[in-house]
Design a protein around this ligand. Sequence first.
Ligand code: ADP
Ligand code: ASP
Ligand code: MG
Length: 834
Amino acid sequence: MITLKFGGTSMASASRIMNSSDIIIGRAKKTRVSVIVSAVAGISNSLQESIDSCIKGDLSEKFVTHVRSVHESICSELESELPGFDAAPVMQKIDPLLAEYKKLLQGITVFGECPETVHCRIMGMGELMSSPVMEAVLRAKKQSVVLLDSRKFIITNGDQKEGDPDYVSTGNLLQPYRDGEDKSQTQILLFPGFICSWIGGTGKEPVPGLLGRNGSDFSASIIGSSLGVEKVEFWTDVDGIYTADPRIVKDALVVDDMSYEEAMELSFFGSKILHPKTLAPLAAKNIEAWSLNSLKPSVRGTRIGRGPFEKSGAVEKNAVRGISCLKNASMISVSGTGMKGRAGMASRVFAAVSRVGVSILLITQSSSEYTISFCVHSAQANEACDSLAKEFELEIQEGIIDPVEIQKDCAIVSVVGDGMIEKRGTAGKFFDSLATYGINIIAIAQGSSERCISCVIKGDSGDLAVRAAHVFFFHSSQSIQLFVFGAGGIGGVLLDQICAQQKKLLADQNIEIKVMVIARSKFMAMDPYGIKLKTWKETLAASEKKTGIEDVLKFVNETKPLNPVFVDCTASYEIAERYVDLLNMGMHIVTPNKRANSMSMDYYRSIRSAANTMHRRFLYETNVGAGLPIIDNLQNLFKSGDRLTEFKGIMSGSLSYIFGRLDEDVPFSRAVIEAKEKKFTEPDPRDDLSGMDVARKALIIAREAGLEIELPDIVINRVFPENFNTEGSVDEFLHRLPEIDSYFTKKMSNLKKQGKVLRMGASITGGKCFVGMLEVTADDPLYGVKGGENAFVFHTERYNPIPLTVRGYGAGAAVTAAGVFGDILRTVNFNSEF
Ligand code: ADP
Ligand code: ASP
Ligand code: MG
């Protein structure tokens, strides 16, 4: 005989029930089968909800109507689809249950409470109603089937709602149905799951009991092991057991084979796939369990059995087999000087907790013996605390034990795998993955079997932690979620570049980029599934959503994307002022915008400190020299202990062009107009000639080199002669410009005699920073830099006497956007091992 269990989703509708019945019939052709069915999907939750509402005084009618209509419509559909299925006799079995349900709910409404026995009676009705439907379907399909009442076979003690079965009694009661003993030789034995008889009360009379939520899994293993079956198949709505909850990790992988112990750890620590107690009775008798998809019966599924298994697939070669998360946990800590060196303290702690029937999920003790911490389900935390407070009342009064501490809203994230014993570094990788995504670890526990490592973290980080660990352990694709502010010159080109590379990055590098937000100053487009980049311009033009950083913060807070990157392609102060908020929300920041780095030293420091605490990156390679590799090079130099002694640079394409033209005897006014025509300058060339932009870049370099200076500390020497009027409109200014041509012609002819040229740039020396015109000799690296080219000349302790020089085009939307793109990609290589 084998056992088949069909969960709520496999019983969700007429067609799902028919599918499931076909699976049963297929198996029953070869062997006798025992079948356990759950309630129709959603019914158990609805029953629970009805109890909760009636306690608060709600009326029962609507719940009863709902439960009836679900079953009635399934039956009437079956009647029209399945010849031989008669709805009326099935509804005649269901209706008395509904009448009782209604009465019980009315009682709850009147009394405002629900005794445990009534609770168990009501909750069990889902299975009592679904099983006759399956029975009738199988009969209509001419099967030899008998519906047995699980309450007559499964007898429990302990908690009434989550009982511990008495296997000896259950074994004896089911004895007549075992293979070889069953006189009737019925091919299919059908049982409702979840329900049992509880004999733990004072009267010792059996009353309704339950096996805990999700308990039909447990019913199947109790019945299967008592009947001595060959294997138990758990039929559900996914292809097997995944490396993590597929609803949280979209690219989780199906595990082919798993040991009992691994599956037990995973389900104990929150994996919803099987009820935590399911596997123990099967492991005790070496009965194989299979997790299978009733929608796709031909898919292999996951086998759970006695390992080790042949290491076939990618998952099997991995030391870790699965990652789970148990939510709604609380951590309780007992600490104080009285804990130290005293025998029996731990046992008093745990005795006090077990006295009130609270089970412990995980324990950690500090090596100083000062503190014992453990986790329990949050629903039981207060009870455990009260019991501890009573147990240690005297010690707490004397001050040798501190008042019991409780930290609610925790989650326990666990990585599980038999292979961890042999493979070093698993724990390190796990902790790294959490740190990389800015998740703080509150406590750590490892079982002595070395099969499972668990971390206690804050509850709202549970899903993120599972995703983070999954990326590290299973090499699944790395994702980047972009929030692009500024879709003009650089931003627009960037989006087109990403659009062109998106597919290739995924195929070659396994990097998936999604753009969640594209914002201009007034409106923004936002799509939680990613904006289609081929048509981003149209999408943005059609969007009526007002641009707001608050929306981005809210979105990231709610959806917790794994690798959100805020890309600031604006020149706005308002956005630069929000970087700390964005980092604190867990976003990386990538930007060509120089504003943030040239604000006050205080703000400069607070951005870096937020990035450090949050383990996020703040990348601004394009702040100086556009696509040229400046910032990263400098950071590496200085990190490795080098020091800047002097810097000189031409850091503006327009100024490089203008002053280069002077070498060729072009009048100054002509050079400016040419530069403007070639789009080297800002729309107003005075923005370039004022030296402000160069000063910002110089400030950023100086700060990289460790100088603590502010923008006003930079000395800017004017380009224009003292009495020249720079006021008025752009046109007026350009019109007036020829007035100073002779000033420059004179300057140039003097310099020429000395073999020098004029360059406009910045220098840092002796801890001071200057911007202005530099007179440059022929042996100076800046001598030949013109035509829009940039040059950065770093004299350091190591680069001496020949300086480190970086030259090349340092402006233009395409190279700048490419630099920004490069920074974006650097966020995924951060701390991971790909
Ligand atoms: P049933 O009603 O069949 O008992 P459940 O809803 O109780 O089904 O459990 C199956 C669901 O468990 C799946 O749909 C899946 O979303 C979820 N699940 C959580 N963790 C895992 C995992 N590691 N592997 C597979 N499924 C998982
Ligand atoms: N119907 C019960 C529940 O939803 C038992 C089960 O389906 O496993 O908890
Ligand atoms: Mg289940």
